[in-house]
Every structure is written in C-alpha cells, then in structure tokens.
Design a binder for this molecule. Structure first.
Ligand SMILES: Nc1ncnc2c1ncn2[C@@H]1O[C@H](COP(=O)(O)OP(=O)(O)OP(=O)(O)O)[C@@H](O)[C@H]1O
Ligand SMILES: [Mg+2]
Length: 254
C-alpha cells in the first residue's frame, strides 16, 4: 500500500538545537502510527514541518508521493493534511458554529459561506451528529467556545479536523489533561477516523498504554533522531528505547 505521508531524511535545526536529524518514516492510509519520545525530542517540530508551519532545512516530505516540501500550510491542509494541537486552538470569542464550520471549508464540500447562510446540507448534519456521538457530549451551536471545558475542546478539535475530510490527521497529545471517559472518546474518534474512513493518523502521545494498545506502528525519536521503529512489541523491547525512557526517569529523580 502507498503511504499517505512519507518523510525522507528531514532535518530541522533551531540555533544549536537539532530538532529533526535525518528523520524518515511513513504513515499508511487507515493506520494509527505512534510518534513518541521524551520531552523536547522533536515530536511537535515534526508535525509543524509536515503541516508546513516550519520549513525543512534538508530532506523531503511527500503526501501520497507528491513532494509537498515547499508547499504553504494552507495548500497542505487543502490537500488533506489535518491536525490538532498540543493545546487546542480555536477562534476565541467565537461560537461553536463558526469554529466548526471554518474547518469544513477546506473540503470545499460544504463551504463556510454556504454553511453560514444555512445551506449546510443533510450530510454535514448527519456526519457531525455521528461524530458527536463518539465524542460523547452535545453542544449548542451558539455556545461560546471559551465556555467549553478543556477536554471537550480537545474532542471538538478532532471532530473539526475530521469534518474537513482529511487523508491524514496529525494529533499532538490528544489525551493530555483529559479524564478517563474523555480519553476513551478521543480514542473512539481516532479509531473511527482510521478504520472506517481510512484516514492515516500520526499520534503523538505520552500515555504509553494508549500508544501500545492503539498504534500498529510506532516511531521513537530522541534528540531529533529516530532511535527505533516497528510494532509495539518491537519498540517496547528495544534497548535504546528503554534507555531513553529510563534516562528520563533517572533525570527526573535527580
Ligand atoms: N520555534 C522554535 N524555536 C526554537 N527552538 C524550538 C522551536 N520549536 C522547537 N524548538 C526546540 O526544538 C526541540 C524540540 O521541541 P519539540 O517541541 O518539537 O519537542 P517535543 O518532542 O514535542 O516535546 P514535548 O513532549 O515536551 O511536547 C526543543 O529543544 C525545543 O526547545
Ligand atoms: Mg510537543
């Protein structure tokens, strides 16, 4: 199967910090692919490079084998690269309607303008209702986004990314700060995205139980470098991975 996303020897440096050091890996359609590593390893940097917020110093990024290395972020989003952020990002002082519909404009299927004038279409409503069942809560269109609790905002961000009909979603620490039932709902949404919609998911997550239970493939980075990749069993028994994580615990104790 052709990868939906492929990184080939990607490098990114910030002054003296090498945040991505010859990084290569691929994500397949319908696959939940973990991206793990200690704090500061360079995980979010890779997502910023893939979505085009940062530019690569070296190397190439391919979407469905099309070279997108030089493409601006909005074109990558339009091609089908969705994302969520470590801290959810919404239009502040706006209601849920505006925040969710802005995401759908990318797909050109419903369009913000037509949606704004009440021509959302039945398929939008039914898709949203379906996704909100997995998200596990409901809302009023006119509710202000700032009144929505943190966990629900994180779930809404995943829903918003799915409404744009992406081919791949980059999900940065979706479970951080969430209670158990919210985490279950995050994983339900991501599983539906991957297994029912065929979307490739690149998942950054510190909660190892989630990574080991839900990811088919995992790439592990430390100091910007890939130190291991493979399925959960291969990665969890890899000596370099064990040392990277034990080292972190040892440092935390000092
Ligand atoms: N815009 C930037 N300017 C300067 N340094 C940066 C920038 N973005 C990231 N870095 C540095 O690059 C390294 C990797 O950071 P990154 O945020 O990608 O790590 P991370 O793996 O996502 O960590 P965490 O698990 O804590 O979220 C860090 O040393 C960070 O300080
Ligand atoms: Mg990060």
């Amino acid at each position: 199967m052709k990868p939906v996303l492929r990184l080939d020897t990607v490098c990114k440096r910030f002054g003296g910090v090498i945040a991505a050091d010859n990084t290569s890996f691929s994500v397949l359609p319908g696959e939940i692919h973990g991206l793990i590593g200690p704090n500061g390893a360079g995980k979010s940097t890779l997502m910023n490079l893939i979505s085009g917020i940062y530019t690569c110093d070296h190397g190439n990024i391919y979407f469905n084998e099309q070279d997108i290395t030089q493409m601006p972020p909005y074109e990558r989003a339009r091609l089908g690269i969705g994302r969520t952020f470590q801290t959810p990002r919404f239009l502040q002082r706006s209601n849920i309607r505006d925040n969710l519909l802005l995401g759908t404009d990318l797909s050109n299927r419903f369009g913000y303008t037509s949606a704004f004038f009440g021509k959302k279409g039945d398929d939008f409503e039914s898709e949203l209702n379906k996704l909100m069942q997995y998200a596990g809560f409901s809302f009023d269109w006119d509710d202000d986004i700032s009144g929505i609790p943190f966990g629900q905002r994180k779930l809404l961000e995943i829903v918003r990314s799915m409404l744009a009909h992406p081919k791949v979603i980059l999900v940065d620490e979706p479970a951080a700060g969430l209670n158990n039932s919210e985490v279950d709902n995050v994983m339900k949404l991501l599983t539906v995205a991957a297994k029912e919609r065929g979307i490739g998911i690149l998942l950054i997550e510190h909660a190892m139980d989630l990574v080991m239970n839900f990811c088919e493939q995992i790439v592990v980075i430390n100091f910007g470098k890939v130190i291991a990749s493979g399925n959960p069993e291969e990665v969890s028994s890899n000596q370099d991975v064990i040392e990277a994580y034990l080292g972190r615990q040892r440092n935390a104790q000092n």
